[in-house]
Design a protein around this ligand. Structure first.
Ligand SMILES: NC(=O)c1ccc[n+]([C@@H]2O[C@H](COP(=O)([O-])OP(=O)(O)OC[C@H]3O[C@@H](n4cnc5c(N)ncnc54)[C@H](OP(=O)(O)O)[C@@H]3O)[C@@H](O)[C@H]2O)c1
Length: 327
């Protein structure tokens, strides 16, 4: 099959479409002819050699896909050849074919095309896991979602709205505020010109938020702690703002009884991912059908333009997902 391969780790000029072996399928797997994949920040890190795939996963970049099943393993009972599916991968998405466990391959919600379906798995499962399973966001609570216009952020805003959060506050650069507000955010803070900690304090009458979804780590750690109210929970999903906090005042963790959690989805076990995907699907399927949840697509690139797509993401230009059309 053809796939996006790497000459060596490095810049976008290392990406090329070449020929490689077709994936093997196990008894519980299905083989999917990939129609679309989507970019994730992790892809750009993997390209640079900074994020190796977990043991046993494909070396090919790509954490999600949509397509059509062309072959089923000997023990598969829930899927058949011809089914349209999308799913989360530990790797291998930028390729013509990929193998995936039958229970991780989710039927594409009716009405969505392959490009839309490829925009669902990674960001919606990450946001669902963070807001629902880890932070336990409840109706009536306040949430602060950083990088509100990121792929994960756009999914998190919609899910927080669905859960019934009383106030959804996001950080994003100014040009992306309209999108965040249209998805259900109540307030968007331009983190480049405003101090988000004082903005959150003003917006919540000094109460702080119940839940923070964070991607910046070190650079926002103190301000995040200060922005939470009593019994606040923070889920850290990325390290975009560095890993070393120079100085920290931690008393609020104690006095406000805060919980600070971290998670990476890619390294989770297959069973965990299947449980996550199935619970998400049960909760979200009707909403994708009635349109109250929708994948947010910034742009679509043919996979021959994969280098341009990576450059676009690394320049922080996207609001929502960047899709790769595979042919
Ligand atoms: N832990 C996990 O399981 C997991 C799963 C999926 C993704 N992730 C991580 O989550 C992050 C988001 O992923 P994604 O694919 O959704 O990213 P994305 O679509 O590329 O969006 C990232 C956005 O972050 C915003 N940003 C940059 N600096 C910021 C700052 N200081 N404050 C607020 N926003 C800032 C930028 O938008 P602006 O123009 O608004 O600055 C940028 O477009 C990535 O680091 C990714 O690796 C983690």
């Amino acid at each position: 099959m053809k796939a996006v391969l790497l000459k060596e780790f490095g810049g976008v000029d290392q990406l090329y479409i070449g020929t490689t072996e077709d994936p093997d399928i196990g008894p519980n797997d299905v083989l999917v002819k990939v129609e679309a994949s989507a970019l994730n920040r992790a892809d750009t890190l993997q390209r640079r050699g900074l994020y190796p795939p977990p043991p046993g996963a494909s070396e090919i970049i790509g954490l999600e896909m949509s397509g059509v099943i062309t072959q089923v393993g000997t023990s598969v009972t829930t899927k058949k050849i011809g089914d349209r599916v999308c799913g989360l991968l530990a790797g291998g998405g930028y390729a013509q074919y990929v193998s995936i466990n039958e229970h991780l391959a989710l039927p594409i919600p009716g009405g969505l095309d392959f490009l839309q379906a490829a925009a669902i798995p990674e960001v919606f499962l990450t946001a669902f896991q963070a807001l629902v399973l880890l932070a336990d966001l409840k109706e009536g609570e306040r949430v602060l979602i950083h990088a509100g216009a990121s792929g994960v952020g756009t999914a998190a805003i919609q899910l927080a709205k669905k859960i019934g959060a009383s106030q959804i506050i996001v950080t994003a650069s100014k040009g992306k505020h309209e999108l965040c507000l249209s998805l259900g955010a109540d307030h968007a803070i331009d983190y480049k010109s405003e101090d988000f900690e004082s903005a959150v304090s003003d917006l919540t009458d000094g109460q702080g938020v119940d839940v923070v979804i964070d991607f910046l780590a070190a650079s926002y750690f103190q301000k995040n702690i200060n922005s939470m109210g009593f019994d606040g929970r923070m889920v850290m999903l990325a390290l975009m703002g560095g890993v070393q906090v120079e100085s920290l005042q931690i008393s609020n963790i104690l006095f406000k009884r805060l919980k600070i959690m971290g998670s990476t989805l890619r390294a989770r076990s297959l069973d965990y991912k299947i449980d996550l995907a199935q619970s998400f699907y049960k909760m979200a399927l009707p909403s994708f059908i009635d349109g109250s949840l929708s994948p947010i697509i910034d742009s679509v690139y043919d996979w021959s333009e994969v280098a341009a797509a990576h450059t676009f993401m690394e320049a922080n230009k996207n609001a929502g997902k960047i899709i790769l059309k595979i042919s």
